[in-house]
Design a protein around this ligand. Sequence first.
Ligand code: PMP
Length: 461
Amino acid sequence: MTDQLSVSPTALVDLEELDKKHYLHPTTIPKIHAEQGPKLSFTEGNGIYVKDTKGDEYIDGLSMLWNVNLGHGNQELANTAKEQMTKLAFSSSFAGYSNEPAVRLAEKMTSMAPGDLNAVFYTSGGSESNDTAFKLSRFYWSMKGKPEKKKIISLKQGYHGVTIAAQTATAIPLFHQFSSSGISDVFHAKPHLTDCELGGRSHPDYEGSIRDIVEKEGADTIAAVIVEPVQGSGGVHMPPDGYLEAVRKLCDEFGILFIADEVICGFGRTGKMFGVDNWDVVPDLMCVAKGISSGYSQLGGVLIKQEIRDTLVQYDQVLAHGFTYSGHPTACAVALKNIEILERDEVVANVKSMEHELNAGFEYLKDKHPTVTKTRALGLLAGFELYKDRDEEIPFDSSILPSTEVVEECFNRKLILRPLASQVGRNIVAIAPPLIINKRQVEDMVAIIDDSISDFEKKHL
Ligand code: PMP
C-alpha cells in the first residue's frame, strides 16, 4: 500500500463536511454523525489491513462486516470483476433469461452444500436471502395444500437482517425500537435449549422454547424455523452440542422447514465450508451472502432442498419474487472465483489452524486478565466477555460499557473489532478477521487486545 497521505488535508476536510451533510449512515446516530462526521474513512486495503484517508493502517479484525473473507486488495477477484464487466456487466434473470456465471455458480454451490440442497435462488444480500427463504417456505406450503402454514420462529438474539420480514425475525430489541415496523406471525424462541427441543417439558425454561411455541401455535400454522448455526451479531453464541440436531429433529417431527442462516457462517468462516457442516445437520433451506464473494460484489442466495425444488416445478404458478440483481453476472463471476481461491489455497484449513492460534491467545489473555472469560472460537468466528468478577459473573457497573471501551482502546492501537451486548450489558468483544490471516498477525491482534484490556483494567479495577 502507498505510504503517503491518501487524501490531501484540504480535500479531507471537504470530504468530512460533505459526509456530514449528505450521507446518512447505517447503525449510526444521525445527530452525532451530523456533528462529528465519520469516525474513519477507508481508502485502500491489502490482506488483513486497511488504510484510512490519513494514511493510517489498521488491522481489520472483523473482516469489515464479517464478510471480507479473502481479505482486501485481492487482484484475482478484481480482475475477474473487470473481465466480466467488460464482457457483460449485467443481464436480467427474470422471465427465463439466464447467464453463464449464474448457472455455473449455482452448480458449484449446490455441489459444495450439504445434503440435497440442489437449487439456488439469488439475491443481493443476507436480508433479502432471509426474506426470500420465508416467502419460499410459505409458497412451498401453499403448493402442498397447506396455505395456513405461515408462521416463522427465530431465536432470541438471532440477527437475520433489516428488511421488514428479516428484521422481525431479528430478535435484538434495538432493531425493533427503530421505526417499530414488522410483520405479524414471527415468534422469538429462547435459544439453545437442547433438552426442551427434544421434549423436556419439565425443564424450567420450557416455556418459550421452540417446541413450546410450536405446541401452543399448532404445527399446522408454522412454516419454518430459522437459526444461525453460530449466532453472530447477537453475541457470537455457539450452540451447545446436539442443539442443531435437536432442532432438526423437532422440525421433522412437526413437519416444519429448517432454515439455516449461513450469512456469516458460510464459505469457511467456522473452519468448515458451511456452519452446519460442524454438526450432523442438513437444513431444508440455507441462506448465504457475505463470504460468498468476500464482499467484492453484492450477492446472496437461498439454497433449497430437492423436494422443495421438485414441488415448485410441479405447478404452473409464477414465482412472483425476484430482485433486479438476482443472478447478477459480475457478482456471480466474482463469487465463483472467490470459491475457486478458497479451495485452491486451502483457506478453510488455514481457518482451522488459526482457530488454534487464537485459542492459545485467549488462554494467555485469561491467565493475565481477571476480567476476561467465556472465550470462544469456531474457526475465525470468535469472541470473549468482560466481567468485574468473572467467577461470580458480576458485571461492571452499568455506567461502564466494557466491550465498547476495550474496542475503543484497540481502535486507538489500530485494530478494528466490534463490541456486542449480552444480557448483562455491553461486554462481548467479537473477533472475525479475514480467513487468510497468519500466525504472526493473530499474535499481533492478541498483543493489541492484551494492552487494551490492561488499560481498561487500570481504569476500572
Ligand atoms: N443474517 C446474518 C446472520 C447476518 O449476520 C446478516 C448481516 N450481518 C444478515 C443476515 C443480513 O445481511 P445483509 O446485511 O447483507 O442484508
